[in-house]
Design a protein around this ligand. Structure first.
Ligand SMILES: Cc1cc2nc3c(=O)[nH]c(=O)nc-3n(C[C@H](O)[C@H](O)[C@H](O)COP(=O)(O)OP(=O)(O)OC[C@H]3O[C@@H](n4cnc5c(N)ncnc54)[C@H](O)[C@@H]3O)c2cc1C
Length: 226
């Protein structure tokens, strides 16, 4: 079992902030459900109120145990605000289908999403930063082999950790929901499932001669419980 999968299956008790009020039947607070969505996602969006106003940044995210991690340049205004303790709202979204109803208001999407509230802890230990670099590599491209990070690269990167303690998932998975009176209309309604599909890998233009495309790149896919 990979270290990312080592967790006790529990429910995250909803708080005033994380209790889903709109469509509460779509809510999930089960850690496993939340972790699976986080593990499938490559990207999150982090919202934070900075001195210059609200900002939302898309960025790579990984989960290890009961925490998620993001990283970036110390010049990144948003990461700096987060490192200084600004409260964050992190969302992850997986769109599973586009849903075509029989009216404009019947148009929708089936999705799995997670929202996490928290404040960041800045990672300062270089060994931990190095482990996180390896974890980001393994998450983005499992099996990929890279050279070790340089000290100056580690020093020039901010790593932030957020506890998955105040979090919710919301899942829509029921396709078309049209009012009964629309069912007799002569129009198509249905869903088109969507998937993040890997294309054919393209070798780097300056790849050393003799290196062939590895299987892990040819067979790339995100982990999915769908
Ligand atoms: C791909 C996608 C498309 C969507 N399209 C629409 C749309 O077109 N119109 C629309 O109104 N809504 C849409 N939603 C749902 C939207 O994310 C909100 O859930 C909804 O608008 C209700 O917002 P609220 O602030 O009233 O939620 P509330 O229920 O009041 O939120 C309370 C708490 O519930 C939790 N929560 C709410 N939404 C989510 C979520 N999506 N994921 C995880 N936790 C959540 C949070 O902890 C939040 O603080 C979409 C969601 C996704 C993922």
């Amino acid at each position: 079992m990979s270290p990312r999968r080592r967790y006790v299956v529990t429910t995250i008790a909803p708080t005033e902030k994380t209790r889903v009020r709109r469509r509460p039947e779509r809510a999930a607070y089960d850690r496993q459900v939340i972790y699976d969505i986080l593990d499938e996602a490559l990207v999150c969006h982090i919202g934070v109120a900075t001195e210059a106003g609200p900002r939302v940044i898309p960025t790579a995210i990984i989960r290890i145990g009961e925490h998620v991690y993001v990283h970036g340049s110390p010049n990144n205004q948003l990461l700096t605000a987060l490192a200084d303790g600004a409260p964050a709202c992190i969302t992850v979204t997986l769109v599973d289908s586009v849903v075509a109803g029989r009216s404009g208001f019947g148009m929708s999407m089936d999705y799995r999403s997670v929202m996490i509230f928290g404040t960041a802890e800045k990672i300062v230990d270089n060994d931990e930063k190095e482990r996180l670099v390896a974890a980001f590599v393994e998450d983005i491209m499992p099996g990929h082999i890279v050279r070790p990070p340089k000290k100056k690269e580690l020093a020039a990167t901010v790593f932030l950790r957020f506890s998955i303690a105040e979090a919710s998932a919301k899942i829509r998975n029921h396709g078309v929901v049209d009012p009964d009176e629309d069912h007799a209309l002569d129009v198509w309604a249905g869903v088109v499932p969507l998937k993040l599909m890997a294309g054919e890998p393209r070798n780097c233009g300056d790849l050393k001669p003799g290196i062939s495309t590895p299987d892990y790149a040819k067979r790339y896919k995100r982990p999915s419980t769908k």
